[in-house]
Design a protein around this ligand. Structure first.
Ligand code: ATP
Length: 266
């Protein structure tokens, strides 16, 4: 039926093997995964599993990917939203969207609610005002407090600016797990490049380690972009595999793009 199809659409096909170089974080998420896979074990023991996880750190480092992978590892419904979707002119609209999202998550449990750019709704409140943004945030707090232990819904927030968030959001029972997701080091860059070249034909002289050495400071998203650009460049040059030179051009292109966007970073 159409409803089943919609349900399938919200399942994640991403798993931990798609997430490279974030081993400690994956380890930290094992408990959440075990809870979603075997909730009764925890419920019987009277154990409360933290329901809110906050990923923070620079853009493109795998925050969304990690959340999708948790959903994939547990066959949970993945409900993506961005904080900016809740920001509305009319009072009450954002709060209603929050309510609807949580209702849906409970109905389709086990589920992961992912809220990207949570700072858009989670920034510090003006205590004496009752504006739209504050009402939306209040609704989010109410929903997070309203979970009972047996509900298999996990809320994952992501932000580049944890410093902007209202403390109420970070309190126990809400987003009480804060996990920093940073740019990859050389070993992680190598692993990320391996994941993103796995299904691409590479010339035998292509050395992933040396590409990892040349890409200091780049994020996972930028490395994924380099692997894809290299493949496109190889196609454009009518080659049947990707050569070192294609990678070098791809690196130049991606780095040049970054310089245009933000001249101060390199
Ligand atoms: P933003 O803060 O901009 O939302 P993000 O941290 O959520 O960024 P993702 O959307 O998860 O970043 O990453 C974008 C893409 O970059 C992923 O879909 C994936 O292709 C690639 N990527 C990023 N990090 C990794 C990683 N650790 N392993 C494999 N691929 C990665």
């Amino acid at each position: 039926s159409e409803k089943d199809e919609n349900k399938e659409k919200d399942k994640s096909t991403i798993s931990f093997k798609d997430v490279a170089g974030l081993e400690e974080i994956k380890e930290e998420l094992q408990e959440t995964i075990d809870f979603l896979n075997n909730p009764h074990k925890y419920i019987k023991m009277g154990a409360k599993i933290p329901k809110g996880i906050l990923f923070y750190g620079p853009p493109g480092t795998g925050k969304t990917l990690l959340a999708k992978a948790v959903a994939g590892e547990t066959n949970s419904t993945f409900l993506y939203s961005s904080g900016s979707e809740f920001v509305e002119k009319y009072v009450g609209v954002g709060a209603k969207r929050v309510r609807t999202l949580f209702e849906r998550a409970k109905k389709e449990a086990p589920s992961i609610i992912f809220i990207d750019e949570i700072d858009a709704i989670g920034a510090k409140r003006n205590l004496d005002s009752n504006n739209e943004k504050d009402q939306t945030l209040n609704q989010l707090l109410v929903e997070m407090d309203g979970f009972n232990t047996s509900e298999t819904v996990i809320i994952v927030g992501a932000t580049n600016r944890i410093d902007l968030l209202d403390e109420a959001l970070l309190r126990p029972g809400r987003f009480d797990r804060h996990i920093y997701v940073g740019n990859p080091n050389i070993n992680a860059r190598e692993k990320i490049l391996e994941v993103h070249t796995k299904n691409k034909p590479l010339d035998s002289a292509v050395n992933i380690k040396s590409i990892a050495q040349k890409t200091t400071g780049l994020s996972g998203a930028e490395l994924a972009n380099i692997a894809n650009e290299a493949a496109i460049i190889a196609v454009r040059n009518n080659k049947n595999k990707i050569f070192i030179n294609d990678f070098n051009q791809a690196i130049e292109r991606v780095v040049a793009g970054l310089e245009v966007k933000n001249p101060s970073i390199l």
